[in-house]
Design a protein around this ligand. Structure first.
Ligand SMILES: *[C@@H]1O[C@H](CO)[C@@H](O)[C@H](O)[C@H]1NC(C)=O
Ligand SMILES: *[C@@H]1O[C@H](CO)[C@@H](O)[C@H](O)[C@H]1NC(C)=O
Ligand SMILES: *[C@@H]1O[C@H](CO)[C@@H](O)[C@H](O)[C@H]1NC(C)=O
Ligand SMILES: *[C@@H]1O[C@H](CO)[C@@H](O)[C@H](O)[C@H]1NC(C)=O
Ligand SMILES: *[C@@H]1O[C@H](CO)[C@@H](O)[C@H](O)[C@H]1NC(C)=O
Ligand SMILES: *[C@@H]1O[C@H](CO)[C@@H](O)[C@H](O)[C@H]1NC(C)=O
Ligand SMILES: *[C@@H]1O[C@H](CO)[C@@H](O)[C@H](O)[C@H]1NC(C)=O
Ligand SMILES: *[C@@H]1O[C@H](CO)[C@@H](O)[C@H](O)[C@H]1NC(C)=O
Ligand SMILES: *[C@@H]1O[C@H](CO)[C@@H](O)[C@H](O)[C@H]1NC(C)=O
Length: 620
């Protein structure tokens, strides 16, 4: 991800360097020269991220609200672009889809972007790198869970997309934002797939009905999955920045903690914190960062040799800050106590590793970065005292820089002004081991971390006294190897996260049991060879996947999304001169009722295959 800060470094780099033997570090590039010289496509090309259709895709929207149209040209250092939001008048809706259309032509870096409503983030996205002939894309997201905001008048809707346009980087990002409102109860509306939103919670069989912990809602006998529409929170409180530089916190290092004081309504019976995160600068490829001690050796080795304007050496020099090992974890704290954590999915932006991999299919999550939920209901015992509590975000082991914020989703008891709550017990455990072995520029670095948390608390509302237990087990494994004097690099990472939520009544009757298991395996190999004429070439292979299994009562869903890319490129000064690349992706989603699968293959920027199937559609 290119940001202005970094591009300044790139453009102004004059430190002389040698190119004898250098460790390779993951980096990002633009395709300028490559497309200028080698491409001749006439019309703009459509880019996309492979995902499943949204529940209301293809259905008739009861209302459509085009809310924002803007050209993001020289927006660096400016506040986000904002417009006032009013929900459409006289519109009956139960569900909302956010649609972002974007286009760009010319030369430009990939950029990070986000959209906030009333300071609460609705989507984190990034741009695709354009070509001389132009590209365009559409991102759609189910934003129903933000209904309590979407139904309010006169909130500020803001989009941040910092871009720089000059003689070299000419691409202006043109963006349209539209909200589409759907009424699930209207006669002619049938959701395409009964797909859950990112975080789902049982509601009753009818979409409009309200979560009531008194009724056991999951129909485990039939294992039916028509229960997945989560009732949106009644109140969303942003844990975000107020400044003119976007609503995200810019986290520069591991001790850079950002906090907001929040007073929780005393009739809150459920709380979830949703975390948005992206990583940039020296931490864009955090999962491939070696320890500082290795970087120091590599730096000293280079310092002995001088060769001005060597692009291969410069590439490495720029990445010399990319250290601090490869373990990162975003932590959420209340009054200084850890209440939630996430090792984020390694989203690779479209300029990352080899930009030719990501056209026209972008990497997993690039257009719709995942957000992460932590169930905070057991902590309500600490929060319902009517006092202001400090919610903080930090990045363990992080280096510059991370963009992080959060939304606090709260469900309120309509029948009472005050509910009672207490924490029953909590048992956090954490271990981290690092192993490092290196001689010269060859070496092997391994990290294993494990976090296990169990927390249990009761909430007594008008619905009754229920105990919520949350257990989370996170396993993190990372290994980085350098061979051939550091010119060959192998990165392997696996993140496993298992979260269980149980809700029981006072009599021990189990009301609800949800299980979510996610794994993110990642493998990257890169090999660099110095070329003539101040160029170098790189051969790379990337495999990145998400596997997710969810169980709500007796109903199950599975998602598998994996992407494999390989190719080479010849590079000068972070510009791709020539190259070839192919990417294949398999996506499949399945629950008791519906299945969706898609297989995509692209080579050298052309789509060779794109086959989608709804295997077991419509049974009810
Ligand atoms: C954005 O730029 C394009 C091309 O110059 C122009 O046609 C369009 O009107 C501009 N849109 C806005 C909202 O300024
Ligand atoms: C944005 O909307 C305008 C007006 O409908 C349209 O002309 C333009 O092509 C759209 N831009 C993008 C990037 O889709
Ligand atoms: C919306 O809010 C702004 C600033 O808070 C205020 O100036 C404006 O009058 C409001 N508009 C309406 C229609 O309420
Ligand atoms: C961490 O970042 C903050 C904010 O930029 C800065 O004030 C602080 O000095 C940094 N601390 C370290 C140890 O670098
Ligand atoms: C690695 O570097 C050493 C000296 O720096 C050199 O002798 C050796 O040939 C290099 N090996 C490879 C595989 O490039
Ligand atoms: C709710 O249930 C818990 C555990 O069963 C109990 O410790 C607590 O006192 C109860 N609270 C109320 C207000 O009844
Ligand atoms: C080196 O680059 C220059 C200009 O970039 C070009 O004119 C020349 O032909 C190149 N030489 C070789 C050997 O590729
Ligand atoms: C996709 O599935 C095919 C057939 O099972 C397999 O050969 C291929 O390796 C898979 N690709 C990815 C990226 O997982
Ligand atoms: C893609 O480009 C590479 C390298 O230039 C070439 O070897 C390969 O044949 C190309 N593939 C297709 C399908 O054009």
């Amino acid at each position: 991800m290119q940001t202005f800060f970094l591009s300044l470094i790139l453009l102004c780099l004059t430190i002389p360097l040698q190119s004898r033997t250098l460790p390779f570090h993951q980096s990002h590039f633009t395709k300028r020269s490559f497309h200028q010289n080698d491409r001749n496509v006439a019309s703009p090309q459509e880019y996309f991220e492979v995902t499943k259709p949204l529940p209301f895709d293809g259905a008739h929207a009861t209302c459509t609200l085009p809310i924002l149209t803007h050209n993001f040209s020289n927006t660096y250092g400016l506040p986000p672009f904002s417009v006032p939001y009013f929900p459409p008048l006289n519109c009956i809706w139960t569900h909302v889809t956010l649609e972002i259309q974007a286009s760009c032509q010319g030369e430009q870096h990939d950029r990070i972007a986000a959209l906030w409503l009333g300071g609460a983030e609705l989507i984190r996205t990034s741009t695709a790198e354009p070509t001389a002939d132009g590209i365009f894309w559409t991102v759609r997201k189910d934003v129903t869970r933000y209904s309590s905001l979407l139904s309010q008048n006169n909130l500020t809707l803001s989009v941040m997309l910092e871009n720089i346009v000059n003689e070299v980087f000419t691409g202006v990002y043109q963006v349209n934002v539209t909200f589409l409102y759907y009424d699930a109860n209207a006669k002619n509306v049938k959701p395409l797939l009964a797909l859950p939103s990112e975080n789902y919670w049982p509601s009753s069989r009818k979409l409009k009905s309200v979560y009531n912990p008194l009724e056991p809602l999951v129909d485990s006998e039939k294992g039916s999955f028509d229960l997945l529409y989560e009732k949106p929170a009644d109140l969303i409180i942003p844990i975000s920045e107020v400044g003119d530089e976007g609503y995200w916190f810019r986290i520069q290092n591991e001790s850079d903690i950002h906090s907001r004081g929040v007073r929780i309504p005393q009739n809150t019976y459920r709380a979830v914190v949703e975390i948005y995160v992206s990583f940039h600068g020296d931490d864009e490829f955090w999962y491939s960062n070696p320890p500082d001690s290795y970087l120091k050796v590599a730096n000293d080795d280079e310092a002995q040799h001088v060769n001005p304007s060597d692009s291969y050496a410069n590439m490495n020099k720029v990445t010399m800050g990319r250290g601090h090992g490869a373990y990162r974890e975003v932590l959420v704290m209340i009054d200084g106590n850890l209440v939630g954590s996430v090792v984020p999915f390694p989203v690779i932006f479209t300029g990352g590793i080899n930009p030719l991999f990501w056209e026209p299919v972008v990497s997993i999550g690039a257009f719709d970065l995942p957000s992460y939920d932590a169930e905070l209901t057991p902590y309500l015992g600490l929060l319902l005292d009517g006092k202001v509590h400090s919610f903080s975000l930090r990045v363990a082991d992080g280096i510059s820089f991370w963009l992080v914020d959060a939304n606090l989703h709260l469900w309120l008891d309509a029948g009472s002004e005050e509910v009672l709550a207490g924490i029953a017990f909590s048992s956090p455990e954490f271990s981290l081991e690092r192993e490092l072995k290196f001689a010269g520029l060859d070496g092997k670095f391994q990290i294993e971390a494990e976090r296990e948390t169990k927390i249990c608390g009761w909430v007594s509302s008008t619905a009754g006294n229920f105990t919520t237990s949350v257990s989370q087990k996170l396993k993190f494994k990372n290994s980085i190897k350098f061979y051939n004097n550091g010119t060959r690099k192998l990165v392997k990472q696996k993140v496993k996260d298992k979260i269980e939520v149980r809700i029981e009544s006072g009599t021990g009757h189990r009301i609800l049991h949800t299980k979510t298991k996610r794994t993110y395996p990642l493998k990257i190999t890169t090999e660099t060879l110095p070329g003539g004429n101040n160029t170098y070439s790189m051969i790379a292979r990337v495999k990145n996947s998400v596997k997710e299994k969810k169980t709500v009562g007796g109903a199950k869903s599975t998602l598998q999304n994996s992407q494999k890319s390989s190719g080479w490129m010849s590079v000068k000064d972070h510009e791709v001169l020539s190259g070839g690349a192919s990417t294949e992706q398999n996506y499949s989603y399945e629950d008791g009722l519906e299945c969706y699968s898609r297989v995509v293959e692209a080579e050298n920027g052309t789509l060779l295959k794109d086959a989608a199937r709804i295997l077991c559609a419509t049974s009810s």
